[in-house]
Design a protein around this ligand. Structure first.
Ligand code: KG4
Ligand code: ZN
Length: 360
């Protein structure tokens, strides 16, 4: 029975998960309205809000997990703490000043309760989020697994030969997929965060090929690729520049034209992601493709990945909508199946803002 805590960016979240799979509660306080006026996350506002909200969010997660049916508790019964076996918390990647709030709260709680602390990698937790649905398979039985994390700050493909083993096989060389959505919405004056509004506006478009946008293919030999192959990497910064030039040269005249531009832009991101998944599935025999992160809510992406996996004959594992964006159930869940940093090392953990998938 694990209490999870998550404060890596602009959500303060806590959850109680049993056996890594059964979510007893998941409380999320979203700071989106606080950052909306600025068109993006303001780190100082984020960390101050985490400090204000985290205790209440933990209390809410504990009460909704353990209060008897019909009893709307607002205070944690001391007996409920005894049922918690460990406290799990995100220690990276994310904003340092936000991560520190959750990590400090978790360390304090673990010390006070005399329970172990488990440090969790946020991106690896996004990949675990697909296993939190009641109908999902047991994570130990689906191997090898191809993982795709698509969030506001990260986009990467991960080869998982077995549960808990990760190797990054592809990534974005610049902007993350979510960032590409957010920047486009800002350029178009559609508000923040951009992903949900672009998803919605694109559905109104009569066609998706009214504008031709680059498909995010990096050139082979690009030094930013390092050890990774060009076929498994994407570059979204050119796409955003192409949109900027398009808007300058041919500003849309009405909402129908805005929808066509948005749909073409979304299509370029979705195609870039789908193409890399198809390539990886063709190169190696995987049991399933697991997709996590806020961008995995995108309807068109879900459709395209369904086509790609059906063609490859592998299972597509998507998280429930409430577990796609940042949440603490995925943190407690991954800890519950044996993930994360434990023991003496956990209590000495510091935040790691640039933590990568598979780094210990
Ligand atoms: O995973 P997440 O909640 O936070 C991070 O860890 O970054 O992802 C947030 C990102 C934002 O960039 C947001 O625009 C994007 O997910 N997003 C979407 C959709 N819903 C959220 N992108 C595309 N389509 C959506 N429906
Ligand atoms: Zn995230």
């Amino acid at each position: 029975m694990i209490l999870g805590i998550e404060t890596s960016c602009d959500e303060s979240a806590a959850a109680v998960v049993e056996n890594g799979r059964t979510v007893l509660s998941s409380a999320v306080y979203s700071q989106v309205p606080l950052h909306q006026p600025y068109g993006g996350v303001v780190p100082e506002i984020a960390s101050r809000s985490h400090v204000e909200k985290i205790s209440g969010v933990i209390r809410e997660a504990m009460c909704s997990a353990f209060a008897p049916p019909g009893g709307a508790a607002t205070e944690v019964d001391p007996a409920w703490w005894k049922r918690i076996d460990a406290v799990a918390v995100t220690y990276g990647p994310g904003l340092a000043s936000s991560l520190i709030v959750g990590l400090s709260a978790a360390k304090g709680l673990a010390l006070q309760l005399g329970k172990p602390l488990i440090g969790i990698n946020h991106l690896e937790a996004h990949l675990h989020s697909v296993f939190l649905s009641p109908g999902a398979p047991d994570p130990h039985t689906v191997a090898p697994l191809l993982g795709l994390v698509v969030s506001g700050g990260h986009s990467c493909w991960v080869d998982m030969p077995s549960q808990g083993r990760y190797r990054v096989i592809g990534q974005t060389l610049d902007d993350a997929a979510g960032e590409a959505f957010d920047k486009a919405a800002k350029l178009l004056g559609l508000g923040y965060p951009g992903g949900p509004v672009i998803d919605r506006v694109a559905r109104q478009a009569a066609r998706v090929d009214a504008v031709t946008f680059p498909k995010g293919r990096p050139r082979a030999g690009n030094p930013a690729l390092g050890e990774l192959c060009a076929e498994m990497c994407v570059s979204f910064s050119g796409l955003k520049t192409a949109l900027m030039y398009h808007l300058r040269e041919k500003p849309p005249q009405d909402s129908a034209q805005v929808a066509e531009v948005v749909a073409a832009y979304q299509e370029a991101i979705v195609e870039a992601l789908a193409e890399r998944c198809a390539y990886a599935l063709q190169k190696k025999r995987y049991a399933a493709l697991a997709v996590g992160g806020g961008v995995s809510l995108n309807r068109r992406l879900r459709e395209r990945l369904q086509q790609v996996t059906t063609r490859a004959g592998v299972q597509l594992l998507l998280a429930e909508p409430r577990f796609c964006g940042d949440n603490a159930a995925m943190i407690a869940g991954l800890a519950g199946v044996g993930g994360g940093i434990r023991g003496e090392r956990a209590m000495r953990l510091d935040v790691v803002p640039a933590l990568e998938v598979g780094a210990c």
